[in-house]
Design a protein around this ligand. Structure first.
Ligand code: ADP
Length: 214
């Protein structure tokens, strides 16, 4: 099963994607996580995308598509995957469609996470991440056991550069201009299912299960 999760920054796609991937037994592919991993390891690609990511802009389609093409060519994706944060532009959606067709497969469903802008701003503002393992918390909604440190490895939690208020604005603009139109794109292909994404993660997951007939 190939699922695309669509929704604004802070809609909780990452959280849902991890849970869904575990349930369905397919890999969670987050282009944001992949870019952050490159940045953390200081690779050539990481250096190239650092400034644009930190400011809340989108990495170019060429770079992003090439990275995804490589990832989708690996054996663990044979049974499908959860795409989180990709595609983010019409050019990426076209590229993905062609790539999958070449492999004799297609996108099965696009889950569109519906959440009001106010909630999104609240979520992002309170989000804290572990720079070491990538675990994500929220200061009030899902705090770590000890304030400010990761439950898993004790590392001090940070506010991601792109989660700073000045950069969130840019991300929201990029989303509205380039990514939101993908809903229409996939609606035209009869693939979209809307999910109310304002409740607790478990509630949203339950709604998703039902929608997928599981
Ligand atoms: P968000 O929390 O906004 O959903 P992600 O973790 O998915 O953010 O992505 C973080 C950043 O990585 C984006 O702001 C962008 O700079 C870059 N990025 C991730 N996926 C893509 C993509 N498909 N196309 C272009 N840039 C991307």
């Amino acid at each position: 099963m190939i699922l695309i999760l669509l929704g604004p920054p802070g809609a909780g796609k990452g959280t849902q994607a991890k849970m869904l991937a575990a349930e369905l037994g397919v890999p969670h592919i987050s282009t944001g996580d992949m870019f952050r991993d490159h940045k953390a390891r200081g690779t050539e690609l990481g250096k190239k995308v650092q400034a644009i990511m930190d400011s809340g802009g989108l990495v170019t389609d060429d770079i992003t598509n090439a990275m995804v093409q490589d990832r989708l060519g690996r054996p663990d994706v044979a049974r499908g995957c959860i795409l989180d944060g990709y595609p983010r532009t019409a050019a990426q959606a076209d590229f993905l469609g062609t790539l999958l067709r070449g492999q004799g497969r297609a996108v099965d469903r696009v889950l569109s996470y519906e959440v009001p802008e106010q909630a999104v701003v609240e979520r992002i503002g309170g989000r804290r991440s572990c720079p070491k393992c990538g675990a994500v918390y929220h200061v009030t909604a899902s705090p770590p056991r000890a304030a400010g440190v990761c439950d898993k490895d004790g590392t001090a939690l940070v506010l991601r550069d792109d989660d700073r208020p000045e950069n969130v604005k840019k991300r929201m603009q990029e989303y509205a201009g380039k990514t939101a139109p993908l809903k229409r794109y996939y609606q035209d292909r009869k693939l979209v299912a809307e999910i109310e994404a304002t409740g607790a993660p478990e509630t949203i997951l339950a709604a998703t299960r039902k929608l997928l007939g599981r």
